[in-house]
Design a binder for this molecule. Structure first.
Ligand code: HEC
Ligand code: HEC
Length: 289
């Protein structure tokens, strides 16, 4: 190590380190940086007093200005709730048909409905409510439990085969062991004939199927197969199917039975949301028809 020297070119001191004739400059930290560090340190000390800063064991220093972001969020949420309260209360108070006729409420239904339906219902019923295998369409006008606003509200409140004490029970029992495979095929053929699906039109076979239907199925699906909204038994004559109307689907339905499951929404969506969804569903259905 040599004695500190000055670099002739810049006038700066060198550190005294030298590698193969290259000496290291001891350039000073620019004065602006010192100022920057000083000012930020002063700001930090002031901020400790003004703003919430140091954690304690049970609490934290709250600062002289009393700024609390948690309280601000709570206040914003409360403001939102207050701003929504007038229309949410009206949703609960008014009949669904009146909500749909009211321009302001109808606009809220159109704006809020898609997100509410998308978040909670679309996974099973499809984004447009068109359903899919195992999940009924909500826009075809063929209702299992009735399509009046009250009926839909009740379906949403209690669910179907759900864990709600008042839930609706949809029990299509399994006929395995009650009817032979051949009888199941015969009655399935008759069911297809009800909705005009090209079925085996042999009159003897149809008559046998009709008798089997009357003996085993009509208590729920009705003598004429048009179903019952009290039992959630689908209309078998309308050409709309939850599980499918082809030979295999109907055979499986009768052999194994079907118990569709729809959650109860009473504890997850409040009454205003359920009313809004009901109005939205009726809107979707009318748009689809
Ligand atoms: C986990 C899947 C699932 C979710 C989520 C779901 N549903 Fe359902 N929903 C069903 C099934 C399955 C049925 C038919 C049950 C049956 O077979 O009887 C049904 C039936 C219905 C019915 C009765 C239809 C009729 O014809 O009477 C309505 C109305 C309904 N759902 C609306 C909704 C709404 C609104 C939402 C969102 C809040 C929703 N569902 C969320 C599965 C679901
Ligand atoms: C105890 C009442 C009950 C009886 C008896 C009954 N069903 Fe059903 N059936 C239902 C219910 C409820 C459903 C809807 C099940 C669901 O979706 O969860 C259904 C669904 C069906 C479906 C499916 C329809 C679709 O849209 O996919 C067919 C087909 C059917 N039943 C045919 C029959 C036939 C044929 C018989 C007689 C052999 C019969 N059912 C007896 C209650 C009954």
């Amino acid at each position: 190590m040599t004695v500190r020297d000055r670099d002739p070119l810049t006038g700066h001191q060198t550190t005294g380190h030298e590698w193969n004739g290259i000496t290291e400059l001891n350039t000073r930290v620019p004065i602006a940086i010192w100022w920057f560090i000083l000012v930020t340190h002063i700001y930090a000390v002031i901020a400790w007093f003004l703003l919430p800063a140091w954690p304690g064991i049970n609490d934290y220093t709250r600062g002289i200005l009393g700024i609390d972001q948690r309280a601000q969020v709570e206040q914003h949420v409360a403001e939102m709730r207050d701003a929504r309260a007038p229309w949410r209360n009206r949703m609960v108070d008014l009949p669904v048909e009146q909500i749909r006729a009211d321009p302001q409420l109808a606009r809220i239904v159109a704006e809020t409905g898609p997100a509410l339906f998308g978040d909670n219902c679309a996974a099973c019923h499809g984004t447009g409510g068109q359903g899919g295998p195992g999940y009924p369409s909500l826009v075809d006008g063929a209702w299992l439990w009735g399509g009046s606003p009250d009926a839909i509200m009740e379906t949403l409140r209690v669910g179907i085969n759900a864990d709600h004490p008042d839930t609706r029970y949809a029990q299509m029992l399994s006929f395995d062991g009650i009817l032979s495979r051949d009888e199941i095929r015969t009655v399935a053929n008759f069911v297809q004939s009800l909705s005009g699906i090209s079925a085996d039109s042999d009159p003897d076979r149809l008559a046998a199927g009709k008798t089997l239907f009357e003996d085993n199925c009509s208590s729920c699906h009705g003598e004429d197969g048009t179903g019952s909204t009290d039992l959630g038994a689908p209309n078998l004559t309308d050409g709309f199917w939850i599980y499918g109307g082809d030979d295999d689907a109907i055979f499986t339905t009768i052999l194994k039975g079907r118990q569709g499951w729809m959650p109860s929404w009473e504890s997850r969506l409040d009454e205003a949301d359920r009313t809004l969804l009901t109005a939205y569903l009726l809107e979707l259905k009318e748009a689809a028809q």
